[in-house]
Design a protein around this ligand. Structure first.
Ligand SMILES: Nc1nc2c(ncn2[C@@H]2O[C@H](COP(=O)(O)OP(=O)(O)OP(=O)(O)O)[C@@H](O)[C@H]2O)c(=O)[nH]1
Ligand SMILES: [Mg+2]
Length: 220
């Protein structure tokens, strides 16, 4: 698990490059479903991440949104699709949706504890409606720019994620490096899960050798 976390962190920090949509062929597409209580910032996160736009105005989602981002990773072009779905539609179609998606992001608001306490309910509902299929998941504590209003500590978030067998990170829509964190993190996990043992070992060796080169060049 520790090795996996290191590789995943390394990939998400160093390997992601934005891809040119007109240049190359997409070799793999991943679909991630974005869930969480109303107003926690699901649409804002997706919009800021894919279109670099953000507004403080309230604008509840009334129709389904699909956001897309392309990345170039180890010379392969990868498409990340984010499904931000209207709550009523999700309730009716969740079984179908959960049968096809590759990953899930459950967002809460660090200033609103009730959105955090609902995580277990979201998790249980996903398990039941997906018929207990394993779907990689990340829990995201959003709105960390509102530190003075924070009501859920990072440690609490981490513990909960561990309990629910999820990845964890915090985010906000103000600082872009914080906005992209959850998306890169879950995408890294999906990519690594797709590798077979041999390729995983190759990836591990190449990471170690690049890390060593970096260390050497830093010393020189
Ligand atoms: N300060 C701050 N405000 C945020 C952040 N993310 C979202 N917001 C604000 O929170 C409110 C709700 O954001 P949305 O993105 O609409 O939330 P949502 O989860 O999509 O809500 P629904 O579509 O109703 O389920 C808006 O006023 C946003 O501007 C953030 O990181 N920091
Ligand atoms: Mg929304």
């Amino acid at each position: 698990m520790e090795l996996f976390n290191n590789i995943s962190k390394w990939i998400s920090e160093k390997i992601f490059q934005e891809a040119d949509p007109n240049k190359n062929k997409i070799i793999k597409k991943y679909e991630v479903l974005v869930l969480g209580d109303r107003g926690v910032g699901k649409t804002s996160l997706c919009q800021r991440f894919t279109k670099d736009s953000f507004s403080l105005e309230e604008n509840p989602t009334t129709a389904n949104n699909l956001f897309t981002k392309l990345y170039r990773i180890f010379d392969n072009d990868i498409q990340l699709d984010l499904l931000d779905i209207e709550e009523g539609y999700y309730k009716i179609h969740c079984t179908d949706i959960l049968s096809t998606i590759d990953g899930i992001m459950i967002v809460y608001d660090v200033t609103k504890p009730f959105t955090f306490h609902k995580l277990e309910k979201w998790n249980l509902d996903i398990q039941e409606k997906s018929n207990y299929r394993y779907i990689p998941q990340i829990i995201v504590g959003n709105k960390t720019d509102l530190e003075f209003m924070r009501n859920v500590d990072s440690e609490e978030g981490e513990e909960k994620a561990f309990k629910l067998d999820s990845l964890f990170t915090e985010s906000n829509c103000i600082h872009f490096e914080m906005t992209e964190k959850p998306f890169k993190h879950i995408l890294s996990k999906l990519i690594i899960n797709d590798l077979n043992e041999e390729n995983r070992n190759k990836l591990r060796s190449s990471i170690i050798s690049i890390e060593e080169k970096l260390k050497r060049s830093n010393k020189e």
